[in-house]
Design a protein around this ligand. Structure first.
Ligand code: AMP
Ligand code: MG
Length: 473
């Protein structure tokens, strides 16, 4: 039986100003690495045999009903504006409506050059493809809004990067949409108000049908992004390239590049090799997302008749964002220490624990997970001042009900640790996909203690510490 995708391609119907028709470019020897069967079922996709899937997911066969396009967008990269970026190494095959009635994009990433490639080769190598596959699925399992991974296929063609000659691969990515802050910036920068209005109507209809005005849309996106970034902070996630083209309007985590999880909690942690000034450090993410929302607000201004009033309204919305993030942060970190309804008065209890953890350089994930255990005193012996903090905490917990269960649902037992991801990639490059499949399996149950995966929960030994991560572009 051949593969069936029930495509309905609303973005392609917007017309030529929004995208460029671009088929995926054929590769030499497609091979299927992985397919996400539960996700395919959710998307109402009928899969085929391994060979058919390899052809489709490497881009050699375009399924019936697809209308492959490269989407246009702009973006601020590390603060500098590029009026034209666009899909330089990805094509949107089309959209399907899932079993929940939600429209979802199906995109091939690494599928060859497009009119937006500039000097790039349009390709991806195996490492970043598997990294995004594992990380995005792990984020989903942790309950964080994110794009998903439907499939990975190898191309049989080498990709040339700084690191040398590497095996090529294609990721099939699923997103609520690929609408970005940069999508609006693309039209605003061209002062193409008609197209801007079209994309505004499209975004509202697709994601925020309740929004009546550009201000409503701005506040809705701000709400989702505030919640998203607070969730990142709660699990120690560092996106690494929070450029406005990598900030999704649906509120999903998108464009996994040099992202990483911190081991020791330190607010200024940076892994990305290209983030030399720490613009996208762990703790800066809440300030950066506010800045990105200010850019989104600017791109909405041309839609407004009264610009002065628009500026006042949008400024107020953006200025309200830090308090939204703070409220989400307090709720999330409160839950991490077992509090159902934390108030500002609980903030010192949380901050003091983080401070003690930072000074003792203990593992962020494992320390929070251990707090709810009864047999973890060895974990806390390393933390100077822990006993005094513990007494305050216990006193506060007398007002809480089932705090242990709340903590175990808020503190993952296992995260995709950087050194394990690097190890998995090295094995895959050598032809062994066992670590990839094992990570995927174990990370699908992040809030469950899994004694047989103890090796994956350990922080890196000194020689295993990953100091820098790369985009792989
Ligand atoms: P990113 O920082 O990965 O989100 O990418 C920023 C921009 O560079 C986007 O327009 C990408 O499409 C483009 N890009 C990244 N890698 C490549 C590549 N290998 N070939 C062509 N364009 C690329
Ligand atoms: Mg990007």
């Amino acid at each position: 039986m051949s593969m069936i995708f029930p495509f309905d391609n609303s973005y392609a119907r917007l017309g030529t100003g929004f995208s460029a028709a671009q088929a995926p470019v054929k590769v030499s020897a497609p091979q299927l690495i992985a397919v996400n069967r539960p996700l395919a079922a959710e998307l109402n996709i009928t899969l085929g045999d391994d060979d058919q899937m390899a052809q489709v997911f490497a881009g050699n066969a375009v399924p019936d009903g697809a209308q492959p396009i490269a989407q246009a967008y702009a973006g601020h990269q590390f603060g500098g504006f590029s009026p034209q970026l666009g899909d330089g190494r990805a094509v949107l095959l089309g959209e399907v409506v899932d079993t929940h009635g939600q429209r979802r994009d199906i995109q091939l990433k690494g599928s060859g050059p497009t009119p937006f490639s500039r000097n790039g080769d349009g390709r991806a190598w195996l490492g970043p493809v598997l990294r995004e596959y594992v990380l995005s699925e792990a984020m989903h399992a942790m309950g964080v809004p994110t794009t998903r991974a439907l499939a990975a296929a190898s191309t049989g063609d080498p990709v040339h990067r700084q690191e040398g000659k590497l095996p090529g691969a294609v990721l099939t990515r699923v997103a609520a949409s690929h609408l970005r802050v940069g999508t609006f910036q693309f039209f605003a920068a061209r002062q193409d108000v008609a197209a801007l209005r079209q994309i505004y109507d499209y975004t509202r209809a697709r994601h925020y049908p309740e929004a009546q005005t550009p201000g409503d849309l701005l506040r809705a996106v701000i709400g989702r992004q505030a919640a998203l970034v607070a969730q990142w902070l709660g699990i120690g996630f560092i996106h690494g390239v929070m450029n406005t083209d990598n900030t999704s309007l649906s509120g999903e985590t998108i464009d996994y590049g040099p992202c990483a999880f911190l081991d020791v909690w330190h607010p200024q942690t940076v892994f990305s090799s290209i983030d030399r000034n720490g613009r996208y450090a762990y703790d800066n993410q809440s300030a950066v997302i506010v800045w990105n929302m200010a850019q989104f607000a600017s791109a909405l201004i041309p839609l407004m008749d009264n610009q002065d009033r628009a500026i006042a309204e949008f400024t107020e919305a953006v200025n309200a964002m830090p308090a939204l993030i703070e409220a989400e942060w307090l709720r999330i970190f409160g839950a991490k220490i077992g509090l159902a309804d934390p108030s500002q008065e609980d903030r010192p209890l949380i901050d003091d624990l983080l401070g003690l953890m930072q000074a003792a350089e203990v593992d962020f994930t494992n320390t929070f997970r251990a707090l709810a255990r009864t047999d973890a005193s060895d974990t806390f012996e390393q933390i100077d001042g822990f006993d005094a903090w513990h007494a305050r905490w216990q006193a506060r917990l007398t007002r809480e009900g089932d705090w242990r269960a709340r903590m175990n649902a808020a503190n993952p037992a296992i995260i995709p640790r950087n050194h394990r991801i690097e190890e998995m990639i090295a094995a895959a490059v050598a032809g062994d996909f066992t670590p990839f499949h094992r990570l995927l399996d174990v990370l699908s149950r992040p809030y469950t203690d899994q004694p047989d995966a103890a090796d994956l929960t350990q922080p890196p030994a000194p020689h295993e510490v990953v100091r820098a991560t790369f985009c792989g572009t």
